[in-house]
Every structure is written in C-alpha cells, then in structure tokens.
Design a protein around this ligand. Structure first.
Ligand SMILES: Nc1nc2c(c(=O)[nH]1)N[C@H]1C(S)=C(S)[C@@H](COP(=O)(O)OP(=O)(O)OC[C@H]3O[C@@H](n4cnc5c(=O)[nH]c(N)nc54)[C@H](O)[C@@H]3O)O[C@H]1N2
Ligand SMILES: Nc1nc2c(c(=O)[nH]1)N[C@H]1C(S)=C(S)[C@@H](COP(=O)(O)OP(=O)(O)OC[C@H]3O[C@@H](n4cnc5c(=O)[nH]c(N)nc54)[C@H](O)[C@@H]3O)O[C@H]1N2
Ligand SMILES: [Mo]
Length: 792
C-alpha cells in the first residue's frame, strides 16, 4: 500500500553507519558551537593518553593508534564539551517553575553549570553560593539526619573508580549501605544472576575472544545506537564468515546491515556488510522460552547421537560437552529434566518463534567451536531478568563455552564506568569479605545491614522514611520508574544534593534544602595541587585503564567529583574515621593505593594503569574457577517460561521501552531516531500492522496507552501517542524511554534483582480521550502529551 505515512516518519532502507553517521557528528559539533575544538577533542577519546569516552562501556580497540570513529561517542563528547554555560545570570532570569515548563532537552541544552547553587524557596530561584558555605551547610544537613539509614547515596555510572571508592568510604563511615545506583535499573540481573551460575557477576570474554569466535548469539541489545564501536567487531566477525544470530522483537537496522565509516571501500562503493545471518523476532519478554527451546533441541540432538552410536551406526558427535559438564558443573540432571518436561507448545507460545527456527539455531550451535552470547537490556529489564541471565549461562555451559578462547558470556554494560563503580564498592548488598577488608584497611567497623537499591530508596523517600539524598551524577527521578513516586520522594526530603555537569529535571524537584554542585567531565583537565591528575575506569570486559581530560574546565568554580566528595566527607564526618581527605584530593595515586589495599586484584595499580591500554582484572569464571556455593558452575532451572502479565488477553499488548538513536538515557540530543525512520518527534507507538488493523486503528491514529497491571496506584496513562507501523511481532509494541516512565509502577520489577520491568509493560490502547493532566505533562511538552497516575 502506498499510503501516506505520518509526519516525520520515513522508511529507512540504507545500512547503519555510512555517510549519515559522519553528517550527524558534524551537526552535533555545530549545535554545541565547538566545530574545531570538538574535532580535536574527538581525536583524544579512547586513546592511550586521552580520556575515556563517556558514552558506552565497550572496550577500546587493540590497536589504539588509530582513531575509532563513533557517531554516538562524538555526540556525547560534544554534549559535554559544549561552549554553552549557565551561571548567576541564567538563574536570576529563570525561576525554577519557569525552567520546569521547558522540555528536558531544553533544560540540559542550556549548557554546563559553572557555579555551586542553592535553592531559595522564597524567590523560587536557584542562587549562586560560595563553595565553603554550601559544603558547610550540606555537612551539617547530613550530620542532622537522625539515622544514617535515612540517607540515600545515588551514583550514575560515569563517575571514576577513584570518585566511587571515596564516595563509598565516606558513606560507610557515615553509617549506611544505601547505595542506589544506575546499575539497579540496568544490569542488576547480571550482578545477581551470574554469581549463582558462574561465581562472578561480570562477563567472561575479552575483545580478543571475538577474533576466535565462530558464532555470536545476540539477545536484546541495539549496538548501532548504544555500543557503536561494537559494530566494527561484529563486521569483522561477519566478514570472516562467523555467524551472528539475533534475537530482537524489533528489526534494528544496525543488526541487519552496517557500512563502516572507517572503511574507505565501503564508504566509496556503498557496499555495506550484512550483520545478522539469522534474525529472529522473538516476542517481547520471550527470550527465556527461546533459550529453553534451543537447549531442548540441543539435548534432543545429543540423545539422537547417543542412540545412533549405541545402535552401531556411523559415529555421531555428541552435541553436549559431557567432559566439561562432568568436571565443571552441577545441576545438569534437574536442568535436563526440566527441559524434557517443557513442551514445544509452551516454548512456541512463550517465545513467539517456531520450533523449526529454534531447532535450526540448535543445529548451528551444535557445530560451533566457540560461541559468545551478547546481551543487553532486552534480557535484564524484565520481571524474569535474573533467570533470563541464568538461562543464557545454562546454554553456554551445555557446550563448555566458558573459559576458553572465543567463547563466553558478554553482558553489554551501560554507562562507561558502571562496572568499575561496582567493582570498587558501590553496592547496597556488600559481601562480608569486602567489608572486612574495609575494616582492616581503614580501621572502622562498616555497617553490615543491606542498604537500598533504586526501587527501595524511591519507596523510602516516597513513604517519608528517608530524609536526605546525595546524587553523584545521573537523573534519578526521570530514569527510575514511577515519576510520581520520585517527585513525591524528592519533595519529601530535608536535603537533596546533586553533583552534576548539567542541569536536569531531577534538580527541579525541591527538597527543603537543595544544592547543585558543578563538576568536571571526563574531557576536562583536572589539576590538584598544581599536578595534572588522571582517573581510572573499567570497561565491559574488565579492562582497567586511565582517563585524562585536557580541555579547559568551563569555569574556575567547577571542581572534580573527588574534590567535592572529599569536601562533603570532611564537613559531615568532622574527623570521624581519621581519614586524610585532603591528601586523597591532592593526589589520586593515594586513592588508588587504598583501592589496591582493599581489592588485591588491583595489585600494582598505579604502575599497571600507566601502561598503554591498562590491565585486565582477574576473572575467575574465565579461568574456570567457580566461586559458587557448589564450587562448580551451576545449571539453574527456572520452571516459569513466560511472563504472563498480559493474562492471555489479546487486547493487552506487551510494551517495550527503547532508546532512540539521538539520546543518551535521559539526555535527548535531538528528536530523531534515524535508523527506525523517525525524524523530529518521539511521540510514537510502534505497532505491528496486523494488531493495528485488528484493534480497529490505522497508522497515524492518536492513542492513549494505560497499564493493565493493577498495582497499588492504578490508572497509569500516557496520552497522545501516534501509531506507527513497524516490523515487530504481533502482541508487542514499543515506545521511547523516558516518556513512557509513568506507565511503570515502582513495584513492577524483577523480584530477585529489583530491576524495573521497563521492557515488558502490559498495556491497553484506546483512542486519545480527554486530557487527564499531570504535572509531569510539561516534562514532555511537545513530545508525548500528558500522563497521569492517581494515588490510591
Ligand atoms: N548512544 C547511546 N549509548 C548508550 C546509551 C544511550 O542511551 N545512548 N545508554 C547506555 C546504557 S546506560 C545502556 S544500559 C546501554 C543500553 O543498550 P541496549 O541494551 O542496546 O538498550 P535499549 O536501547 O534499551 O534496548 C535494546 C534492544 O532490546 C530490544 N528489546 C526490547 N525488548 C526485548 C525483549 O523482550 N527481548 C529481546 N531479545 N530484545 C528486546 C530492543 O528492540 C532494542 O533493540 O547502552 C549504553 N550506551
Ligand atoms: N523506561 C526505561 N527506563 C530506563 C531504562 C530503559 O531502558 N527504559 N534504562 C535504565 C538504565 S539502563 C539506566 S543506566 C538508567 C540511567 O539513569 P542515570 O544514570 O541516572 O541517567 P542519565 O540520563 O545517564 O544521567 C544523565 C545526567 O548525568 C549528569 N552527568 C553527565 N555526565 C556527568 C559526569 O561526568 N559527572 C556527573 N556527576 N554527572 C554527570 C548530567 O546531569 C545528566 O543530566 O535509566 C534507566 N531507566
Ligand atoms: Mo544502563
């Protein structure tokens, strides 16, 4: 049909990458008014003597001599190193209520915050305050909280190992383990699920493994947008004949075809490289069923091989690695029994894929010599996130694909240092052995009680159980589910402190006392006591390396995160713990010495991190050392196959929430989503053509969507979305994060890891009705219309 498509919607038929990517970079540099300095800055990202790109956690290339082009890394760098700044004049001209009325994009796009700010409730303006005054007041405010467990300390994964380590030292001396962290909304299912399976909560592969793999199974990630530097690796694997099997409900352009902006030939001839050899459009939330299907088929192939061998026919190779299973694993019997009991009918219904397709994958897997499974948010942000991750581990263990070259598990981490922050102690459920090390090294008894994750801290804030919050980066109230709970929570606080590069909407939710403290970004030179300092970060593959910015900071009053954390610690603790915070602030090597003292893996930290490319942290599972309860890798079976939140009702669709191509989490660079054919808007509901017709709609209709789940506070609605047809399975739909946040109840999360189920929201759809109104409507002005959820 050649019907006219809605405004701003086009069919995107080209490959990902290519000239479009180069053009997008030029546009970003221009928008941030940094065309020449920006280009020089980009050449320093992810180089041995440069800064770590603040965008994603994909590792640096092996040959760091050449600049690795990345469109979205370039956007992140341009956004941070913008020439735009805000200070006293801006805040005198704009009240907080006025700023609130602007879009999220507008708020961040005003530029870098250059002065410490304190909110004045009488005038409704932020006002510039001196550092000494701000720090003294914050210290007094934190010290006044009656019980340390009534304070929350959030981190977003851009902060360095050094800042994170100092932050957790301060907070544990203060007396709590309340460390809500962006990881709680992201790869928590990995951190909780994998230790039980393989004894470590991280991926086991290194970048070199991709040179030796012949099969990649990719579940629920969109690298062309979120890990663009991974595209070069996938392209190499595809070019040398490796197979890539994709499981994703949406057809994502970059997983189909990629044109490398670094390849002269591809750019000149327009001959792009195919990525997926097989593309399976699994149902939203259907991955566990799909994985079980592959495993079941693999076991059946193994059975067949055995019986043909027993019958004396031509020798058939077993498809399971029986030696590995016997030597290294526990729990195979129960796991296989569960697979045998699981019917194909249930697998097909749960996954939306056919038995034939899944058996086909098993046949390819059965002959692969080395397999890597990569996965992202499509797997973790589910009610079954933890068990999804464990299913992936099971599948790899069946063929011994752990701890040998070219094989392993590869969770694609989010923020550039989210993994490092966890490694150095940002965790609300600390292990006793780590706390013992903290005690021995620093001579104090750290709190032992588990603290709050994101969901638990927002609940505590909403319910009046928390009094103060300090946010080391991020945009917690917008990134979290349930904006209303977040807004109520922040407004309940006696004290809120935000350490940040830019202003965002969380900073506009006023506590009794609220401060915004401006900090340096990765790209900027950080000098302490006249000496340039480096920080360190850990990537998705456990490589730790240094990062040193070189740009001039945006203002004399913009301080390093380490300096700010150290000053708050001094003012709050007043000598408690006898830590020489000034020494740490003056020389980051001294912080690294203490990290090394607490974590022996970091032995010789200061020397090793100065070597180009840094060093690799020991990964026990990669060495086939299993730090689990059984001292083996555990097959863990999950009897439940399907997330049955739609209750079998065909009018309830499963909504997944996505990042657009021009966005970094809650930061929206522009309203385009090029590879999905969306330009200049985000108020979109992607639906399957047949669902559109079956429900009596046509493309372009304006609809409201409501959650079908009945949590304590029902009536969660997002209004005025435009239906756009898209290649995704029937029964599923998709829209953009964070606009859809009002649909997700705080209580709707994976019970094991507390990861919100952002990727599986059961929704009903109806023609747009009367405006329901909500204060959060303004947050998305011109973007999604209005949303409302009513307190019980
Ligand atoms: N440019 C840019 N880079 C980023 C970010 C960014 O926002 N912008 N964010 C960073 C962060 S913090 C993170 S965590 C990562 C996120 O990186 P990704 O994990 O790639 O994140 P998403 O875009 O949320 O979703 C990924 C994919 O999951 C698919 N999906 C949705 N539901 C399901 C499902 O049920 N099953 C399966 N198999 N697939 C599903 C979607 O179609 C989409 O292609 O990227 C990091 N890098
Ligand atoms: N519906 C839905 N919700 C989601 C997701 C989803 O897929 N769907 N994804 C979830 C995921 S994976 C994540 S990780 C979270 C993200 O949650 P957050 O990490 O809290 O959010 P960001 O948008 O990355 O934070 C951006 C802000 O960080 C600040 N910032 C930027 N750079 C720096 C810096 O160098 N230092 C400091 N101190 N501050 C800085 C700026 O103020 C900027 O506005 O969102 C989660 N929420
Ligand atoms: Mo993330």
């Amino acid at each position: 049909m050649a019907t006219k498509r809605p405004d701003g919607i086009k069919d995107y038929t080209g490959p990902a990458g290519g000239w479009g990517a180069l053009k997008a970079v030029a546009i970003s540099l221009k928008a941030q008014q940094i065309v020449t300095s920006g280009a020089q800055t980009l050449l320093k990202s992810n180089q041995p003597d440069g800064f770590d790109c603040p965008s994603c956690a994909w590792p640096d290339p092996k040959h760091t001599s050449s600049f690795e082009f990345c469109e979205n890394g370039a956007k992140a760098v341009a956004w941070e190193s913008t020439a735009k700044k805000i200070g006293a004049k801006f805040f005198a001209e704009h009240s907080v209520s006025d700023i609130w009325k602007e879009s999220d994009h507008w708020i961040e796009d005003q530029g870098r915050v250059t002065e410490p700010l304190r909110y004045n409730a009488a005038t409704d303006h932020y006002e510039v305050v001196g550092w000494d005054e701000a720090i003294a007041e914050i210290g007094a405010g934190l010290a006044a909280v009656p019980d340390a467990d009534q304070a929350e300390f959030y981190t977003s994964g851009r902060c360095s190992n050094e800042a994170a380590f100092l932050f957790q030292l301060f907070v544990r001396l203060y007396g709590t383990n309340n460390f809500p962290d962006c990881s709680n909304m992201c790869h928590e299912a990995t951190s909780v699920g994998l230790p039980k399976s393989i004894g470590i909560g991280k991926g086991t592969v290194s970048l070199e493994d991709f040179d030796h793999t012949d099969l990649i199974l990719s579940f629920g990630h969109n690298p062309g947008t979120n890990h663009p530097r991974m595209m070069a690796t996938l392209r190499e694997v595809s070019k040398r004949g490796g197979k890539i099997i994709v499981f994703n409900p949406l057809k994502e352009r970059s997983l189909e075809r990629f044109e490398s902006p670094q390849s002269v030939v591809e750019m000149a001839t327009g001959n792009s490289t195919p990525i997926a050899s097989t593309y399976l459009q699994v149902k939203v939330g259907g991955d566990a069923a799909a994985i079980k299907g592959i495993a079941k088929a693999l076991v059946a192939l193994d059975d067949a091989a055995r019986s043909s061998n027993a019958a004396g026919a031509a020798a058939a190779a077993p498809t399971l690695d029986h030696d590995f299973i016997a030597e290294h694993t526990a729990g195979i019997e129960a796991y296989i029994a569960d697979l045998r009991e699981t019917t194909w009918e249930a697998i097909e219904r749960g996954s939306g894929l056919s038995r034939t397709d899944l058996e086909g994958v098993a046949q390819i897997y059965a002959v692969s010599k080395a397999t890597i499974v990569c996965y992202g948010m499509g797997i973790t942000q589910q009610r079954t996130g933890t068990s999804n991750v464990q299913q992936i581990a099971n599948l790899l263990l069946l063929r011994g694909n752990m701890g040998r070259p070219g094989a392993g598990i590869c969770p694609l981490r989010g923020h550039s240092n989210v993994q490092g922050d966890r490694t150095v102690g940002i965790t609300e459920r600390p292990k006793p052995a780590f706390l013992d090390r903290m005690r021995d090294v620093f001579g104090f008894e750290p709190p032992r009680k588990d603290g709050h994750s994101v969901v638990e801290s927002i609940a505590a804030m909403r319910d009046g159980k928390a009094k103060a919050i300090v946010c080391l980066g991020g945009n917690l109230a917008i990134a979290s589910s349930d904006p209303q709970a977040c807004a109520e929570g922040f407004r309940n606080m006696d004290l809120a402190v935000h350490i940040t590069t830019k202003l965002n909407r969380t900073h506009l939710l006023m506590a009794k006392a609220t401060y915004v403290l401006p900090c340096l970004g990765r790209t900027e030179a950080d000098e302490q006591a006249g000496v340039p300092q480096s920080v360190t970060v850990e990537d998705s593959m456990s490589m730790v390396h240094a990062s040193r910015g070189f740009l001039k900071p945006p203002g004399a009053n913009v301080k390093s995160e380490i300096w700010i954390v150290g000053q708050i610690a001094k003012a709050t603790l007043k000598g408690k713990g006898a830590i020489d915070w000034d020494a740490f602030i003056g020389n980051y090597d001294l912080i690294r010495d203490k990290i090394e003292a607490v974590f022996p893996d970091f032995a010789d930290y200061n020397r090793r991190v100065r070597e180009p490319g840094g060093f690799h942290l020991t990964n026990s599972a990669a060495l086939r050392v299993w730090n689990t309860d059984t001292k083996k890798a555990n097959f863990l079976c999950t009897p439940t196959l399907e997330d049955d939140s739609t209750n079998g009702d065909p009018d309830v669709l499963r909504l997944t929430t996505l990042r657009a191509h021009d966005q970094y989490n809650t930061t929206v660079y522009s309203l385009d989503d090029r590879y999905r054919g969306v330009f200049g808007r985000r108020d979109i509901l992607f639906m399957n053509e047949r669902d559109i017709a079956r429900m009596g709609f046509v493309e372009g209709d304006l609809v409201d969507i409501a959650t079908a789940l009945d949590f304590a506070r029902a009536d969660r609605v997002v209004q005025k979305l435009t239906i756009v047809r898209y290649a995704l399975p029937e029964g599923c739909c998709a829209s953009y994060y964070p606009e859809t946040q009002p649909l997700i109840a705080l209580e709707d999360h994976d019970p094991q890891s507390f990861t919100p189920s952002y990727k599986s929201v059961p929704v009903t759809i109806r023609p747009t009705g009367a405006d329901l109104g909500s204060e959060f409507a303004v947050a998305r002005a011109g973007v999604v219309g209005r949303s409302k959820h009513v307190p019980a």
